[in-house]
Design a protein. Sequence first.
Length: 317
Amino acid sequence: MDLSQRVPSVLSFVTTVETGSFAAAARQLGISNAAVSKNVAGLEQALGVRLLNRTTRTLSLTEEGAAFLRQARIALDALDAAVDAIATQRLEISGPVRISSSAAFGRDHLLPALPGLLTRYPQLAVEVDFDDRVVDLVGGGYDLAIRGGHIADSALVARPICHLRMVLVASPTYLAQAGIPRSPAELTQHRLITRRFLGGKVSPWNFRDADGQITTLDVSRSCLTLSAPEALTDAARQHAGITQVGVHHAWPYLERGELKVLLLGQHDPGAYELVLQYPHRALMAPRVKACIDYLLAQFAATPALHVPLAALAAHTA
């Protein structure tokens, strides 16, 4: 029996023993019953011994068959190990990964995760673009992007990172000077700091009344309009007024007492989300998959990205 016949015959024999019948072995191997039976018979002829006792209902190993089975399994395990060794070399985590991220999230959360990623996979070469515009992942040559807001359905795969809840904040110093607003209507008497997106739209300030109705505050007469969310937080910390920011931006300063939450329970936090997007699942490069898995695990373990609304009650003005 030459090598081209030996491996299929041994595999047919081992699979038959493990599944209990020629028919089950045939289904598992994707060949016919007759082919499995022929392979086993050919193996027995080549060895000059009977490996299986056959009846119309059962198969049982002979003593020679049991001895051969032990050696055959060792040989098949060695073959699997050889294949895995080559596959591991082929799938080595190395090469470039291009990431697009908003500037604020990239600075506060992506950058702190990168040293650990590069320590785990030292052959990676990570390139990050900090850009608040929505980029074309495929056209721009990006492997993945981190984006927040209302995520539209698309051909991109979107893996959730966290919910993006909004909160109204101001510094204790500002509130001591200007007073604490107790209703949305009182906000019109305060200095408001708003965000204008790159497309020109101003982020709305929404409130929910006792009946569950949503109303939007007119913030067109704000005293300060900025485009970067981290700038809104910094302006509030410097006592410039009241602003609306993501909880994940404000949380470190809330914990330190540098900011206070306003109108909790009246202000509507929104239904935004932060996701990690990439073009496709099939045949993903190992370097990209490793990067995605690592970053998602790091973000899942970042407390500021998963602050429950109930925890904000301790930080209200």
